[in-house]
Ligand binder design. Structure first.
Ligand SMILES: Cc1cc2nc3c(=O)[nH]c(=O)nc-3n(C[C@H](O)[C@H](O)[C@H](O)COP(=O)(O)O)c2cc1C
Length: 208
């Protein structure tokens, strides 16, 4: 079993990093022998889409005959997802949605004819489904009665990952980080972990 562990925050004291690390720890309790592939978009950010990549994706003809090397990074990142049985993403909420470092990854892994088919009724995913755990940190509140902002992060990730076949998503969050002391942050993280089903790892379909 392989866990692809992605982090996005550049803060040393990051709540989303602590949350994603705690998720991985829980998964290792369920699957002690699992290996971990790491992508840290803070220490090694992906480039924005290059001119050659944008050209390749601009039409079916250019996708079929892309500029030399244009799809190399995309292919590496897609193969990392294919090699993963479970994906863990730690991310801040930035301006109501995902940070640009995570968007840069999404821009590389959604590719017509490779990870989704474009049909008249929309995208049809080509990845086999696998669990994705998304640990979110937000300075304010985006769920429940105390929400003080709209949430474009969780619906966006649900649609975009769903469009390539990743439909088994679980969102965990530590919210109002702007106002939490260390103990409150730990409590919020433990509460998020307690309401999460990590046993999806053990249900057998991962080993198909
Ligand atoms: C550029 C930027 C935009 C942000 N936008 C939001 C936002 O829209 N909503 C929110 O609740 N917090 C926002 N925050 C606060 C972060 O979500 C919060 O500090 C979070 O804890 C950062 O994640 P981390 O603790 O993993 O570093 C923003 C922070 C930055 C730097």
């Amino acid at each position: 079993m392989n866990i692809l562990h992605i982090d996005c925050s550049s803060r040393p004291e990051s709540h989303s990093r602590r949350l994603s690390a705690a998720i991985v720890k829980k998964l290792l309790e369920v699957a002690p022998g699992a290996s971990i592939s790491r992508r840290d978009f803070a220490s090694a950010p992906l480039p924005h889409a290059s001119p050659d990549y944008e050209t390749a994706l601009s039409s079916p003809a250019t996708l079929a005959a892309p500029p030399r090397g244009a799809l190399e990074l995309s292919e590496v990142l897609i193969q990392e997802v294919e090699a993963a049985d479970v994906i863990v993403i730690g991310t801040p909420m930035n301006n109501l949605t995902v940070p640009s470092v995570l968007k840069a990854w999404i821009d590389q892994i959604l590719r017509a004819g490779r990870t989704f088919m474009s049909t008249p009724s929309g995208k049809v995913g080509m990845f086999r489904d696998r669990p994705v755990f998304i640990g979110i940190a937000s300075g304010g509140v985006f769920t429940g009665d105390r929400a003080n902002q709209p949430d474009f992060l969780t619906p966006y990730l649900s649609v975009v990952l769903g469009s390539i076949g990743l439909k088994t998503l679980q969102f965990l969050s530590v919210q109002a980080t702007a106002f939490l002391d260390r103990d409150q942050a730990t409590l919020a993280r433990d509460k998020a972990l307690a309401t999460t089903d990590f046993m999806v790892m053990g249900e057998g379909h991962l080993y198909d």
